[in-house]
Structures are given as structure tokens and as C-alpha cells.
Design a protein around this ligand. Structure first.
Ligand SMILES: [Zn+2]
Length: 197
């Protein structure tokens, strides 16, 4: 019924407004060599975060993914104090190791970096198994995985499962309470205030 539905939506709106919101500063760095943009999945990621009381505060930056003579990936356009989300075609070979990854999150020379490999990235597909790549990678940052070495084997798999669990709660139920709590801690660590004098 329209009226009941409106009342329900109004109620949901109130509860979302009552939540403490979290602004997430993102530098969206588009690889000038990439053939594919993130237009297809980015708006869905923004909607997911918004449903959970979070807003992506996007600064668009032109950048480039290159390769040093050593083979190490080189990124132009990274900055401190924000999550650097690089939109590119593929995860660089040295990191991908033929897995065809949809994305990757890591610290790179102290920068906090999410790579979105648009040739394999996707939107929300299957709860708990296949969620929006942008949401998935940013959650690795907000939930603190970026500070831990990447575990192998079962520990690595359970970390992925945990991320997809939070992403699914966000997608289906707009439940962002725990993400906001841990995200606030992340930003406090990223931008510490002035210490004791
Ligand atoms: Zn992951």
C-alpha cells in the first residue's frame, strides 16, 4: 500500500538520519591508459554506502598506472589523507599473478590504495559471494585489513568472507553501524589530531 510504504520509508529515513554519519574521503584516480570507466558500478557503491549512513566524498584526479624498469607498478596521482581508488583495466601483472583479480587493496609507499580492475570488476551479484568490487575494496580499508599483511590460505579466505559479509549487510539491509565504527577508528589513525603538548 502506498501510504504504508511511505510511512515505512519515512521511518527508515528517520533511522538513517539518526545514525552518526561518516564521510569517506576518496581520491578517484582514473588511469589515463584505461579503456573502461567505473560508471557502471560506482553509483551502486555510492548508494550502498549511503544506505549505511556513509558518504563517499570523491575528488576526481587524472592519473596513470605504469611500470618501473624493475617491473614494479608505478602510480601517478596518489595522495595521503584519503583513500586512493585507482580505476584501471587490470591489476598489474606483478600483483595479479594470473588470478584475473577484480581488485586489490594495499599500502603502497605509505599511500592507502584500492585498485579497481574494470575488466573483471562487477556490481552486486550474489549475497555473501559476489558483491560490488568498489564496496569490497574500500571495506578492506575501513575495516583495517590494510594495516595487516595479507594472510594466505584459510586465513586469507576468511578475511575475504568477512568483507563480503559486511558488504552484503550493507547492500541488503543498509546496515553500516559496525563499518562506521571501525571506519571512524581508521580515519582517526589516518589523520591523528595534534598530540599532547
Ligand atoms: Zn578482498
Amino acid at each position: 500500500m502506498p501510504i504504508a510504504r511511505r510511512a515505512l520509508l519515512a521511518g527508515l529515513g528517520t533511522s538513517v538520519l539518526a545514525q552518526p554519519s561518516l564521510a569517506i574521503p576518496v581520491r578517484r584516480i582514473t588511469d589515463s591508459r584505461a579503456k573502461v570507466t567505473a560508471d557502471t558500478i560506482w553509483p551502486e557503491a555510492e548508494r550502498c554506502f549511503a544506505a549505511g549512513g556513509m558518504s563517499l566524498q570523491v575528488t576526481d584526479v587524472a592519473g596513470e598506472v605504469g611500470r618501473a624498469p624493475s617491473g614494479r607498478p608505478v602510480f601517478k596521482g596518489l595522495a595521503h589523507g584519503a583513500i586512493n581508488v585507482v580505476i584501471t583495466d587490470f591489476v598489474p601483472l606483478e600483483w595479479d599473478q594470473a588470478h584475473g583479480l577484480s581488485g586489490l587493496t594495499t599500502q603502497y609507499d605509505g599511500f592507502h590504495l584500492c585498485l579497481i580492475a574494470m575488466r573483471h570488476a562487477h556490481g552486486n551479484q550474489t549475497p555473501f559471494f559476489s558483491v560490488n568490487t568498489v564496496v569490497h575494496e574500500i571495506l578492506h580499508v575501513l575495516l583495517g585489513d590494510i594495516f595487516q599483511p595479507r594472510p594466505k590460505g584459510a586465513d586469507g579466505a576468511s578475511r575475504e568472507w568477512r568483507i563480503d559479509w559486511f558488504a552484503t549487510r550493507l547492500w541488503l539491509f543498509g546496515d553500516g553501524a559496525e563499518i562506521r565504527r571501525q571506519g571512524s577508528s581508521y580515519f582517526a589513525r589516518l589523520n591523528p589530531g595534534p598530540g599532547p603538548l
